[in-house]
Design a protein around this ligand. Structure first.
Ligand SMILES: NC(=O)c1ccc[n+]([C@@H]2O[C@H](COP(=O)([O-])OP(=O)(O)OC[C@H]3O[C@@H](n4cnc5c(N)ncnc54)[C@H](O)[C@@H]3O)[C@@H](O)[C@H]2O)c1
Ligand SMILES: N[C@@H](CCO)C(=O)O
Ligand code: NA
Length: 437
């Protein structure tokens, strides 16, 4: 019986889940691959934790490099996170001729081109299903299941923490900070939760998916990233009244002008399946020219759901041991020498429909002034809602949904609207997507 010898770096949330899933499902996995996946060494700087989780069954160390340099390890599973030590460890493992499995989307979105090049030179596998949408096999779907298609766009709820926060805010009217603490307790949040709430984690995952979808190198630095920290329950409620849900969406579309790569709160019609993906769940819609739209749904975070993807990658490696590079699926779906460097569209060039909320004193003529500005810039209005001043307020809210226009035209309109004497404060602008084309 063949044996795949695994060295585990980090036995926190995902590492612990990985240890549990391998231990529990060992027999089933062996029946699938005709071999055994054995964890031979675990490194965690918290030695006590490593001893506790492994219960003395496996050699533990606090030195991750000892695992990477261990000649008895075939595959290094990197589950410590971050860009610095994790990068050194992954590159060292590759240099030592070991395959790598990682859940580290930050590392791959920022340093992926260098890592995949190093792996190709050494002929080793770098697998990362857990890095995007956790347990959902979206990397497998994009790289393999949809390989006949020209992908037109990808859009997804790819951060469990923010989806959990938005859902709790909507359903229970809870405060942002309390919900974030709960997400941290449940093990969904990143070590630095600003990565979640500022949309950075979603942008990391979107960068990886876009690269696979469109056959281009990873270009995280070009992604437009906007989080949920300035979103108010008021806008969530107004959106509901108009038949929409607000989700933090990662969107990447191939257009003639370039590739859109953007993460921001987005109004989605409530009848779309993805608008009803709640709690920490993730979902990704991929539109292929042949297959049409396809939807992938499941747990995008948490110990065992993420471990499900880590262990599936190990199963793949066990099956692929001894194969040549030509027999394997390319790291990012396309052969590295066949990638195209496509221009990423600056957000000002992106086309979108918009939700606008304005604060206006109740003077006659303000509506006419606002609609004239929009008409002058050829922005057409889809719907409008005027809200009477709430208790203790003297100003009314005006909500406008527009048809599609270019972001820079919308921004020009907003600047003119904000300059009107009857308009106070800044306008709230949220992009909208129908996800139907
Ligand atoms: N938590 C999730 O739901 C989830 C889902 C998908 C991907 N990820 C990714 O998985 C990775 C791990 O996340 P996590 O939530 O399990 O984190 P965690 O903080 O729970 O676990 C990390 C572990 O690594 C150890 N560690 C850190 N630096 C180390 C070092 N230099 N040497 C040895 N040990 C070290 C820590 O002591 C800790 O036990 C991250 O890249 C994260 O982005 C997490
Ligand atoms: N912090 C991430 C973990 C999964 O990558 C999330 O909330 O989705
Ligand atoms: Na996944």
């Amino acid at each position: 019986m063949k044996e795949l010898r695994v060295g585990l770096l980090g036995i926190g949330t995902v590492g612990g889940g990985t240890y549990t899933v391998i231990s529990r499902n060992q027999a089933d996995i062996a029946r699938r691959i005709g071999g055994k996946i054995s964890i031979v060494q675990v490194a965690d700087r918290n030695l006590e934790l490593a001893r506790q989780v492994t219960g003395g069954q496996v050699a533990v160390t606090d030195d991750a490099f000892a695992v990477v340099n261990n000649p008895d390890v075939d595959v290094v599973v990197e589950l410590i996170g971050g860009y610095t030590v994790a990068k050194e460890l992954v590159l060292k493992a590759i240099a030592n001729g070991k395959h790598v499995v990682t859940a580290n989307k930050a590392l791959l979105a920022v340093h992926g081109n260098e890592i995949f090049k190093a792996a190709a030179d050494k002929g080793v596998i770098v697998a990362f299903e857990a890095a995007v949408a956790g347990g959902i096999p979206i990397i497998k779907a994009l790289r393999e299941g949809l390989s006949a298609n020209r992908i037109e766009w990808v859009a997804g709820i790819i951060n469990g923490t923010t989806n959990f926060i938005l859902t709790e805010m909507r359903d229970k009217g809870l405060a942002f900070a309390d919900v974030l603490r709960e997400a941290q307790r449940l093990g969904y949040a990143e070590a630095d939760p600003t990565f979640d709430v500022e949309g950075i984690d979603a942008a990391h995952k979107l960068t990886i998916m876009a690269s696979i979808a469109f056959g281009m190198p990873v270009q995280f630095e070009q992604a437009y990233t906007e989080g949920i920290t300035s979103l108010t329950t008021k806008d969530i409620q107004y959106a509901e009244e108009l038949g929409y849900r607000i989700k933090l969406l990662g969107i990447s579309k191939k257009t003639e002008a370039g590739v859109e790569l953007r993460v921001h709160p987005t109004l989605i019609p409530e009848k779309r399946l993805i608008a009803n993906v709640d709690g920490a769940m993730n979902a990704v819609v991929v539109k292929g020219d042949a297959v049409g739209p396809t939807l992938y749904y499941g747990a995008g975070a948490g110990a065992e759901p993420t471990a499900s993807a880590v262990v599936a990658d190990l199963v793949d490696i066990a099956r692929l041991q001894g194969t040549t590079a030509e027999q394997r699926v390319a790291y990012l779906g396309y052969q590295l020498d066949q990638q195209q460097v496509l221009p990423i569209l600056p957000i000002a060039e992106v086309q979108s429909a918009y939700y606008l909320r304005l604060h206006a004193s109740d003077k006659p003529g303000v509506m006419a002034d606002v609609t004239k500005i929009l008409a002058d810039l050829q922005i057409s209005i889809d719907a409008m809602l005027q809200k009477e001043p709430q208790e203790g307020e003297v100003e009314a809210d005006i909500v406008i949904l527009t048809h599609i226009t270019q972001e820079k035209t919308m921004d020009a309109a907003i600047a003119r609207i904000e300059a009107l004497p009857a308009i106070t404060g800044t306008a709230i602008k949220i992009r909208m997507e129908t996800l139907s084309r």
